[in-house]
Design a protein around this ligand. Structure first.
Ligand SMILES: Cc1cc2nc3c(=O)[nH]c(=O)nc-3n(C[C@H](O)[C@H](O)[C@H](O)COP(=O)(O)O)c2cc1C
Length: 198
């Protein structure tokens, strides 16, 4: 089968992208509004960009043409805390994707505990085993959506001792939840090692 993405409608292109580019890690990001209201939401259009300095990308879609709360907050305050979603937190993560007003605190909605971050003002999820404190490096509107694409610099890292092997996050212990197409998710079932060629 061959496909010209421009021949699909908008929904068809979205469904193709989200089914083809899998598994996607999930950035569960805590931000604060300009007025100081806490906000929490998951995003799977998320990826590693650079390690020197450590930079990740986060792409936030628009809702009926308006910037989502996360994008508005990142633009207003320049700060956030990204969490990796261990399998035990997957249900709470999905709960925080509810379309609610900016005044609603998704930490309370999903019965999550707020912990202070070190370098930024937004709250950290106490239950999360790994959290990355970030500052906005750049923002760009991309595409016809458009989407709000952010480059975020990691300025502090929290790692729960229970997920470490030799001082680094161990994927089996961390049990990261990844997003597939539609409402499907996956965890890591098998880990194997392949040495690189000399
Ligand atoms: C697992 C998961 C991944 C998601 N990924 C994205 C994404 O990459 N981009 C996006 O715009 N929305 C994504 N969403 C939807 C947002 O989480 C949802 O629109 C949320 O209400 C945004 O919250 P906010 O308005 O507080 O920023 C995702 C939802 C789930 C459950």
């Amino acid at each position: 089968m061959e496909l010209d993405p421009s021949a699909l409608d908008r929904q068809g292109r979205y469904r193709l992208m989200t089914a083809a580019i899998v598994p996607r890690p999930i950035a569960w990001i805590s931000t604060l509004s300009a007025e100081g209201h806490p906000n929490l939401a998951p995003f799977s259009f998320f990826g590693a960009v650079s390690s020197e300095p450590p930079i990740v990308s986060l792409s936030v879609g628009r809702r009926r043409g308006q910037k989502k709360d996360t994008a508005q907050n990142l633009l207003a305050t320049g700060e956030g805390v990204l969490h990796i979603v261990s399998a035990t937190l997957a249900r709470a993560m999905v709960h925080t994707s509810a379309e609610v007003g900016p005044e609603v605190d998704e930490f309370e909605l999903a019965s999550l505990t707020k912990a202070p971050a070190q370098r930024v003002k937004p709250w950290r999820i106490a239950e999360a085993k790994m959290a990355l404190e970030v500052r906005v490096l750049s923002h760009q509107e991309v595409g016809r959506g458009p989407v709000d694409l952010f480059l975020l610099e990691i300025v502090w890292v929290h790692l729960d001792e229970s997920i470490l092997s030799d001082g680094l996050p161990d994927p089996v212990k961390l049990e990261p939840t990844a997003r597939l197409g539609g409402q499907l998710y996956a965890t890591i079932c098998e880990v194997f090692e392949l040495p690189r060629p000399e």
